[in-house]
Design a binder for this molecule. Sequence first.
Ligand code: F0G
Length: 466
Amino acid sequence: MSESAHNLRCTECGSSIAPETVSSNFRCPLCNGLYEVVYAWSESSTPGTPVGNLPNASALRWLWQERRTSTMPIDQSGVWRFRDLFPILKNAENAVTLREGNTPLYELPRCAKVAGIDWLLAKHQGMNPTGSFKDTGMTAALSVAAERGFEWVACASTGNTSAAMAAYAARAGLRSIVFIPEGKIAWGKLSQSMDYGALTIQLKTDFDGCVDILGELVKRFPIYLLNSVNPYRLEGQKTPAFEIVEQLDWQVPEHIIVPGGNLANSAALGKGFMEMHQLGLIPHRPKISVIQAEGANPLYRWFIDSNRIMRPVTADTRATAIRIGNPASWRKAATIIDTLGGWCEQVSEQEIALAKAQIGAEGVGCEPASAVTLAGLKKLVALGKVTREERAVLILTGHTLKDSQYTIDYHRNELLNPSEVAEETPLQQTQHAALRKPPVVLEANPDVVLRALEAHMKLSHSVQPA
Ligand code: F0G
C-alpha cells in the first residue's frame, strides 16, 4: 500500500500504482486498462476473516445504523455513512455532500405480477439530490478532486452525470465543464447543469464523440476527469449495494437487475457485494444482470457472441441516458456478470415504454433508461434465469421528471412510430391502452366535467390495467 489507505490496480494487466501517480485520463500506461480502487482487505484470501484494523462485520453494521441519527453531514450522507469501506480521502471532513444516498427500497407488487414472480423490489436511485444514481459516485470522486486542489472538473455525459457533477462542483466551489451530445439529452438534465452553474458545451456529436473530445482535452488542460473511468466514482456507486442488504435486514436478494450504458454502475454494485462478502457482512452474493436497449446493445452482442468480441455500435434509443455505443467499462461489467453468474439481455423501444408506464402506475415512476430493468426482468423470467420464488431488485437509476417529454409523448400516444406500434403483440396493445392517461381538456362547467367523469369510469371498468 502507498501512504494512502488505498492503491489503484489495473483491471486488465493487474499492475498497481499509488493513487497520486495516476494519469489524467485514468488509464494504465502499460495496457490502457481501467483502474479499480483496492484496500488492504481487497487482497484478503478468506471471506469472513477479520482484516487489518477494520471493525468486524457486526460492529460495522451497528456503526452504520448509528450514524443515521447523527447530525454530522457526512453521517447523514447515505454514501459517506459507509466510509469505512472506501477510505479514499486523507481527511473525511473534505467530503462534499448533498446528503445523497439513503434512497428507498420500494415493493412493486403489480410489476412483480406482470413479470411473473412473487416478490419484486426497486431501489430508487432517482431519489438522490439531483435525481439520479450519479450522485452517489459524484460525491466520492468530486471530493477527491477538491481534496487534491483541482480548480476545474469535467465530464462527457448523456445528462445525469453532468447534472450531478455540476451540483457537487458548485457545492465545493469548483468550476465545471460539461460536454453533452447536442439535441440528444432530456431537457430536465440540460437545465440542471445550467442551474448549477456549469459551462455547458453541446457538441455536434453523440456521447461517444463527447468522450473522445474530452479525452484529448484532459491531456492538454489541468482538469479533473469525472467520467466513470475515474475509479473513485465506483467507490461511491458501490454503496447502494450496502443499503439494499441493510434495508433487507442483511438478507441478500437473489438477483439485481441494472440498466447498462457506459457499464460502470453494474461493476460498482458488483464490487460492493463482493467486498461485503469478503468482509463477512453477507453470507453469499447475488447475481447481477445487465439490460441494454436494443439500439445501444454492445454488451448484449458481446454476451451472445461465441467468440466474445466487443464491437462498438452506433447507438440509438429514446432512453437517451443509455444511448452509448462504445462503453468504457464494458470489461468490468462483463467480469461482474460472469463472476456472479448473471445474464445480459436487450429490450425493444416498445418494451421499455410499457415497463416505464407499469412502474409509473405503481406510483413510483422512473426515467426511460431505468425502465429497461423491468422489461429485461420479464425476459429473464421467461428464459428461466429468474424463478418465481427468487427475490429480484430493480435498480431504478433516474427520476421520472428527468425526461417528462417522454412520459407526455407516451400518454398522448405520440411516442412510438406506426411501424413500432404494428410490431406490438395484441397483449402489449391492451396493456398500453389500459395504462395510457392522456390529459383531458374540458370546458370549465361542472356538468361537462361530470359527464366526462362518468364516461371515464365506464371505460376504466371495461379496461383493467394489466
Ligand atoms: N440509467 C441512467 C438514468 C443513466 O443516466 C445512466 C448513465 C445509466 C442508467 C447507465 O449507467 O453508464 O453506469 O452503465 N448515464 C451516464 C451519464 C452515461 O452521462 O449520465 P452506466
